[in-house]
Design a protein around this ligand. Structure first.
Ligand SMILES: NC(=O)c1ccc[n+]([C@@H]2O[C@H](COP(=O)([O-])OP(=O)(O)OC[C@H]3O[C@@H](n4cnc5c(N)ncnc54)[C@H](O)[C@@H]3O)[C@@H](O)[C@H]2O)c1
Ligand SMILES: O=C(O)C1=N[C@H](C(=O)O)CCC1
Length: 267
């Protein structure tokens, strides 16, 4: 497909210059507005599916923010690194393998003196979700059972959500570290999918419902008791402080950072 030239904003200042990739989407539009409203950031390019991110090379953008679709985000990150940008990614669909390829690419383009570009990928930029994932990971070793329910708007392209995948992986890692075995479950399913997806041994259930934005419940059970951890994003404004923090942080964090918890002082 032939890419049309990218329209840059005429004004380039000493502010951190930001390009938004996926700028016409639900998150992309909100990120453009948030960057526009931040006194220390300058929105210099809005790209969407018909634009070639490689065209950002040599332009004013220092940081690109990708909110696109799982099928293209990895290719975007490699192209953006080749174009000389730092990258913040909110798009879901990342695996250990695709993260490994980004790490390899970063090692190739790093300065060798601890410098070089940064890539910050976070499955969820909402503070409540970041804390919910952290609390679930901490609580997991104390409970026999743990299941994750994610609930989203029906236009969401993927399931389970990136947040639920990460939550389940963290719970599984915490259980393995604590030496816990498989969770109790004597159920024989009568219909495929009745017990949801299984991510590293943790059941994950996806609800798609008109009216929702982004929500997750982590259920942890023991004989006679239950801990429920719930996070609700009622509006996409919930993600914006985290996205802006990531833009400011990524320029001083060479290499790959996965998860906004890595830049918050969570103790
Ligand atoms: N990390 C978070 O906090 C967070 C929050 C909300 C959504 N998300 C994730 O962000 C992603 C986007 O969500 P959304 O609701 O904005 O989706 P959306 O469908 O509204 O927007 C996606 C946009 O990407 C564009 N696009 C597709 N291919 C492209 C390409 N090759 N180059 C540039 N643009 C391209 C589409 O045209 C569209 O405008 C999803 O993976 C979603 O799960 C993450
Ligand atoms: O709306 C979406 O799509 C969201 N995607 C992320 C996920 O899959 O975890 C974060 C929450 C919203």
């Amino acid at each position: 497909m032939h890419a049309r030239p990218i329209a840059y904003a005429a004004r380039v200042t000493s502010h951190l210059s930001v390009a938004v990739v996926g700028a016409h989407g639900r998150m992309g539009r909100a990120v453009c507005d948030a960057v526009d409203g931040a006194p220390d950031l300058e929105l210099v390019a809005r790209l969407d599916a018909s634009d070639d991110v490689a065209g950002l090379a040599g332009g004013p953008a220092q940081v690109a923010v990708d909110f696109t679709v799982p099928s293209v985000t990895e290719a975007n990150v490699h192209a953006l690194l080749d174009a000389g940008l730092h990258v913040v990614v909110g798009t879901t669909g990342w695996t250990e393998e695709s993260l490994g390829r980004v790490r390899d690419h970063l090692a190739e383009v790093s300065s060798g003196t601890g410098g070089g570009p940064g890539v910050l990928i976070a499955p969820n930029f909402a503070l409540s979700a970041v804390l919910a994932m952290t609390f679930a990971q901490r609580a997991a070793r104390f409970f026999e059972s743990a299941e994750v329910i994610e609930l989203h708007h029906p236009n969401k392209v993927d399931a389970p959500s990136g947040t639920a995948m990460t939550t389940a992986r963290h719970i599984a890692a915490a259980r393995a570290e604590a030496g816990l075995g498989p969770m109790p479950d004597a159920t024989e399913t009568q219909v495929d999918g009745a017990r949801g997806a299984v991510v590293d041994g943790v059941h994950v259930h996806a609800v798609r419902l008109r009216g929702l934005v982004a929500h997750e419940e982590i259920l942890l059970g023991n004989p006679g008791e239950q801990l429920t951890i719930r996070t609700d994003s009622f509006d996409r404004s919930s993600f914006m402080p985290g996205v802006l923090l990531a833009v400011r942080e990524v320029v001083r964090r060479p290499g790959l950072t996965f998860g906004l918890d890595q830049v918050l002082d969570l103790g």
